[in-house]
Write a protein that binds this ligand. Structure first.
Ligand SMILES: [Zn+2]
Length: 324
């Protein structure tokens, strides 16, 4: 069964050679279309009574008009309708086209890193990035990561690794188990890649469980949601144990920068209000309030950034960080 799929991917690899730029355009358009499905997933997965197949067609959240295909074209419809519903003129959030453009950019970036010809490796990378986009935006809105993405990812990882062992081409464990002789001939083998996948899941989930355990001991409050644990566990299956740890480092850096930015944003707001009211509120007091207000940021989006960076640029990140 696996060989059938591998054969299919190899056949695709040998598809008639088309100019590379053609493939980049294809991936960009495909990304826009997938992005509009991701918008639906972001809207529906966290909401009761909605699934990906129900309702069948998207409706305007205000006037409930069912959208026609002309109102459903990724990016174009939004631009042509000036960002408004055609029936009731309610503004449509700019986040919809943004998600489509982000998805298209990620697909093109994957094609650039992996090679733009259709391949199993490129397909898996695009699927993982699509999952991260959904997890990120749902986490921003609801402070939770849908199980369909995190647990779904844990089930998908071993299957994907069996089909495309090259996912763990850079994973030390898979390389060591394959042995130099076999590596030189055909890259990492299937069973070593599968072992790297399971160890990656254990390390990804384990490190966050350990951190939240220590956090609870030190601060007496939950520092980490279980959704984050499941997300990094799933990611570890695709990027291996070292990749999962590196993703966490990148995520923590990104979250710190965002956290400081968020506190500054609240501080500016509070100072502005203090000036308007001219109440002479001391700066230190504003800073203390801003620190409390700015503390609550979901971690999932930054975890997503870390996973995405490692997935696409693992080698570059390692060289940049450790300069070895
Ligand atoms: Zn409407």
């Amino acid at each position: 069964m696996i060989d059938v799929f591998v054969g299919l991917f190899e056949a695709l690899d040998e598809a008639p050679k088309l100019p590379l730029v053609f493939w980049y355009v294809v991936w960009a358009l495909f990304g826009l279309i997938v992005g509009s499905f991701l918008n639906a997933a972001i809207h529906r997965l966290p909401r009761e009574g909605m699934t990906m197949s129900h309702p069948k067609r998207s409706v305007c959240p205000r006037c409930k008009t069912t959208l026609t295909w002309r109102e459903n074209i990724p990016l174009l419809s939004w631009l042509m309708q000036g960002g408004k519903c055609r029936s009731c003129k309610v503004p449509i959030a700019w986040r919809y086209p943004l998600v489509e453009v982000i998805t298209a950019s990620l697909f093109v970036a994957s094609a650039y890193v992996t090679g733009p010809m259709p391949s199993g490796l490129l397909a898996v990378r695009c699927i993982v990035l699509a999952g991260i986009v959904v997890a990120t935006f749902v986490d921003f809105d609801f402070f939770e990561i849908p199980d369909q993405i995190s647990i779904g990812g844990m089930f998908l990882a071993p299957v994907a690794v069996l089909l495309v062992p090259a996912l763990h081409e850079e994973t030390w464990l898979a390389r060591a188990m394959t042995g130099d002789a076999a590596l030189a001939i055909g890259g990492v083998e299937r069973i070593p890649a599968l072992v790297a996948c399971f160890v990656g899941m254990a390390v990804g989930g384990g490190v966050l469980i350990a951190i939240s355990w220590v956090g609870r001991l030190l601060y007496k409050r939950d520092a980490m949601g279980f959704g984050d644990v499941k997300l990094l566990a799933a990611a570890g299956g695709f990027i291996g144990p070292g990749g999962a740890l590196l993703a966490l480092v990148v995520a923590s850096l990104a979250a710190s920068v965002a956290g400081v930015g968020n506190v500054l944003r609240f501080l500016c707001l509070l100072r502005k209000r203090a000036r308007q009211r001219d109440n002479g509120k001391p700066f230190a007091k504003s800073l203390a309030s801003a620190r409390i207000a700015g503390r609550y940021l979901p971690f999932g989006p930054y975890l997503g950034i870390g996973i995405g960076v490692v997935l696409l640029a693992w080698k570059n990140v390692v060289e940049r960080f450790f300069s070895i």
